[in-house]
Design a protein around this ligand. Structure first.
Ligand code: MG
Length: 383
């Protein structure tokens, strides 16, 4: 029998949707994975439960907590707060792999810390590449540790490239479900409510990313992500609307062949692929029943109804901090939308305005990026 080497894993963002599914894979494969660090933003009770089950050396809450709150049976674990917690989990605690599944620009520092410490990064955080793509890919190259994508579309492309045997792709086909508003009119989308935007047809995800799927800002961010992960110019990354979410993305080669990856819309497949790469392990997910599906359909995205795609491409062409501004302004505008302060259609208008005003800002270092992000969040709400 083949000897399985035990790998240690640190999870940044362990109580979120990706983090809990990664822990589900750890639970299925106790002979393969040992969890050494877990961090969460504020979900204290859930984190304590995870510490009790997986017994990491370290755990952290970035929002911080009172040491007196730590249950007495968890004293074996070192608890940290704030930025110190993220840094320790990313770069200090022993870990072969660091899964970065925190949401938002905080992921950038975590990814950079992990790469600088020579760790293999499993990337579920889009913002790190969207805002600091050049810094992150540079570090990964220097560390000789290519990033392993967890985002389902990018995992699909990565898997197709493995199957492509080193041949350079001509084009990447990034699939998109089209979200809940795919068939709505522009006027109806304009006035959509948070409850309507949070009803995703196929995927069960966090609130921010679900709203981003409805507006297709998520796909805009994913074009940016793909540009850096696969070193591909935006004009060779095509978005294909595929409402069934079975084809997770595809790659076009020079000879006219297209390789695609298919599977149920279940994040445990891309998470498991990144965790076991280059092996494939049991994830608890069944292959799709093609007979039950019957047909798969594909359509062109409507950039008039979903301006995010056009905006994302313009930001990539502009360079500098434009993509950071796109991301920061969108995050703040989505939060305002979820608080019922602005209509759905206002999200894209606010982002466009912020990009127009701040596109010239530099992004030479992480401090530049933070500053562009900060200003984008402020300026998006100004008249
Ligand atoms: Mg995705």
């Amino acid at each position: 029998m083949k000897q399985i080497r035990m790998k240690t894993i640190a999870i940044l963002g362990s109580t979120g949707s990706i983090g809990t599914q990664a822990l589900d894979i750890c639970r299925r494969h106790p002979d393969r994975y040992r969890v050494t660090a877990l961090t969460a933003r504020g979900s204290k009770e859930k984190l304590f439960e995870q510490v009790r089950e997986f017994r990491p050396e370290m755990a952290g809450l970035t929002e911080g907590f009172d040491p007196a709150e730590i249950p007495s049976d968890l004293q074996f674990c070192r608890f940290l707060s704030g930025k110190e917690a993220l840094h320790a989990a990313a770069a200090e605690v022993e870990a072969d792999m660091v899964l970065v599944s925190i949401v938002g620009i905080a992921g950038l520092q975590g990814v950079m810390d992990a790469l600088q410490a020579g760790r293999q990064v499993l990337l579920a955080n889009k913002e790190a590449l969207v805002t600091g793509g050049h810094l992150v890919t540079d570090l990964a190259r220097k560390a000789g540790k290519p990033l392993l994508p967890v985002d389902s579309e990018h995992s699909a492309i990565f898997q197709c490239l493995q199957a492509g045997g080193g041949n350079k792709p001509e084009k990447l086909l990034l699939t998109a479900s089209g979200g809940p508003f795919r068939t709505w009119t522009k006027e109806r989308i304009e006035k959509a409510t948070p409850a309507e935007a949070l009803k995703h047809p196929n995927w069960n995800m966090g609130a921010k990313i679900t709203v981003d799927s409805a507006s297709m800002f998520n796909k805009g961010l994913e074009i940016m992500e793909a540009r850096w992960l696969f070193d591909m110019p935006e004009e060779r990354i095509e978005v294909v609307v595929h409402p069934q979410s079975i084809v997770h993305s595809a790659v076009v080669f020079r000879d006219g062949a297209v390789l695609a990856q298919l599977g149920e819309p279940d994040m445990r497949v891309p998470i498991g692929y990144a965790m076991a790469y280059p092996e494939r392990i049991e994830t608890g997910v069944q292959a799709p029943d093609l007979f039950a599906l019957g047909s798969l359909t594909f359509e062109k995205p409507d950039e008039d109804k979903f301006p995010a795609l056009r905006l994302a491409r313009a930001c990539l062409r502009a360079g500098g901090a434009a993509c950071t501004v796109f991301n920061g302004a969108n995050e703040a505008a989505v939060a305002a939308f979820l608080r019922n302060e602005i209509p759905f259609g206002e999200i894209a208008r606010r982002v466009e305005k912020a990009v127009e005003k701040l596109a010239g800002m530099p992004a030479n270092c992480i401090e530049d990026i933070w500053e562009a992000d900060r200003r984008a969040r402020v300026i998006q709400s100004e008249e």
